[in-house]
Ligand binder design. Structure first.
Ligand code: SF4
Length: 214
């Protein structure tokens, strides 16, 4: 784990990310808050591309909890069976849709506690929804952010909650909203797991990682 970078270095890192991509976007397709919740819940241990392929037709038929309930668990399975853990995920999608209809008038609640009470929705999913849909600077730490944060020293931490805190504590407020997507995209395409592309990395000179590749 690298040591925590200082304020000026972190500000420079995010200034460069911003110059390269002013409006970074997530890669999970969705058409409203509800389909975002479903897409993120389906994405556990699956790639965004794999989830998008499965939800393309599903969301045409079922873009509200009411329509998802009408489709039923077997109908959901038919659409998502290319995704890992699909049986369990289909069960959760139906359960969470029922709760949304019965307790929230078919709307997606916008508090972390309410989101996390939905089946199949954990801290990460809640943070993604709060950040992407509601514009809240909440930080969902996935495997890409965890790796990048610990290598670079932008937000080191021994577990995801520690990394989440490091992001909140150290990333300047004006970069907090987009920090999530800048770091995910950097981790996914440049600071990749097995052989990071350090030679092409725009923050190579600021990164603390000791085993940079050539
Ligand atoms: S220099 Fe290498 S290790 Fe550091 S952030 Fe860039 S790709 Fe990752």
């Amino acid at each position: 784990m690298a040591k925590q970078l200082d304020y000026h270095t972190i500000r420079e890192i995010f200034t460069r990310f911003q110059a390269a991509e002013a409006e970074p976007k997530g890669e999970l397709d969705h058409v409203n808050a509800y389909t975002l919740v479903v897409a993120v819940a389906l994405s556990a241990q699956a790639t965004d591309a794999g989830v998008n392929k499965a939800t393309k037709e599903l969301f045409k038929i079922a873009d509200t909890p009411e329509k998802m309930l009408a489709l039923g668990e077997e109908g959901v399975i038919e659409h998502i069976k290319t995704i890992g853990l699909y049986r369990n995920k289909a069960k959760n999608v139906i359960k969470l849709s029922r709760i949304l209809v019965e307790h929230y008038g078919g709307e997606v609640p916008n508090s972390r506690a309410a989101l996390e009470s939905l089946p199949g929705v954990g801290r990460k999913t809640a943070n993604v929804v709060l950040n992407m849909w509601w514009g809240h600077p909440s930080q969902a730490v996935d495997t890409h952010i965890f790796r990048f944060g610990n290598r670079s020293g932008v937000c080191p931490g021994k577990d995801v909650v520690a990394v989440e805190r490091a992001i909140e504590d150290h990333i300047p407020v004006d970069f907090q909203h987009h920090a999530h997507h800048w770091m995910i995209l950097h981790g996914r395409y440049t600071c990749v797991a097995r052989k990071p592309k350090c030679a092409a990395c725009l923050i190579r000179d600021l990164c603390q990682f000791e085993d940079k590749t050539e």
